[in-house]
Write a protein that binds this ligand. Structure first.
Ligand code: PEP
Length: 262
């Protein structure tokens, strides 16, 4: 059975003490109400807070034998280059050295504001896999593309150009997040039917390329104004395996309500 995943994308939010407060509140809630075994929580803070999140993620930080974690930790981006003269960038090697498990790649904000192409996303995916970090690869159409009925062509191209150079063993480490851009931070959510239709389409692309088993094992997350009030009906769909959550991941109560909505 593939994993259910709720990943919190904190984006460029929170001062250090606010991040601490949120992690305090979250771990307290996870103590009171542990997630079911098939649900994985991932926290993706900005780079300066990765170590802080690592400090909080272990259920018993004093017991080195105990590998139980409240959540996994992921970065929000990575450089497409190896270590070197790239001021301001953070490499996959650095993330590996900090024990990162996941990294978001190709978020629509990176595509729109930093000009990230599918080609660059493919390079970032390669760097992460070289360093044993699972990429959470985002795809999704903008409103004009959906209104023109082009959403499937757009997503097919993003998936093909960003990911289909991988072999099946490499692809097994990929998590996909379908995030219709018109739903991100806007309060407009895709309907459960729209989400299921696109997720099933993405899974069919994977099956065509790598076979049914690889497709069935790939977790495909929905992102875009996912909230406690709509998570249950989104996650009830057979091809929706969880969510990449922006705004609602900044409130411990809301994020926990989403993480327990399966
Ligand atoms: C996101 O940024 O990935 C996202 C889904 O944001 P929000 O939940 O705020 O729409």
């Amino acid at each position: 059975m593939r994993k259910h995943i709720v990943a919190g994308n904190w984006k460029m939010n929170l001062a250090y003490d606010e991040a601490e407060e949120l992690l305090d509140a979250l771990t307290q809630k996870l103590d009171e109400q542990p997630l079911d075994e098939n649900t994985m929580m991932i926290i993706c803070p900005s780079f300066p807070y990765l170590e802080l999140a690592e400090d909080y993620c272990h259920v018993d930080p004093d017991d080195e034998e105990n590998e139980d974690t409240y959540f996994m930790v992921g970065a929000q981006d990575v450089s497409a280059n190896d270590n070197g003269a790239y001021t301001g960038e953070v490499s996959a090697e650095m993330l590996e050295s900090m024990a990162m498990d996941f990294c978001i790649v190709g978020h629509s904000e990176r595509r729109a504001y930093f000009g990230e192409s599918d080609e660059m996303i493919a390079k970032k995916v390669n760097k992460l896999l070289e360093h044993y970090i699972s990429p959470i690869v985002c795809c999704g159409e903008v409103l004009a593309e959906r209104e023109a009925g082009k959403q499937f062509d757009v997503v097919r191209k993003q998936i093909t150009d960003g990911l289909f150079h991988l072999n099946a063993d490499e692809f097994a480490n990929i998590v996909i997040a379908y995030e219709p851009v018109w739903a991100i931070g806007t309060g407009k959510t895709a309907t459960p039917e729209q989400a299921q239709e696109m997720h099933a389409f993405i899974r069919s692309l994977i099956a065509e390329k790598y076979g049914k088993e690889v497709a069935d094992n790939c977790s495909i997350l929905y992102g875009g104004s996912c909230k406690p009030g709509n998570a249950k009906e989104l996650f009830a769909n057979p091809d929706v395996d969880g969510g990449l959550i922006g705004g609602a991941s900044l409130k411990a109560d809301d994020f926990m309500a989403i993480a327990t909505a399966f």
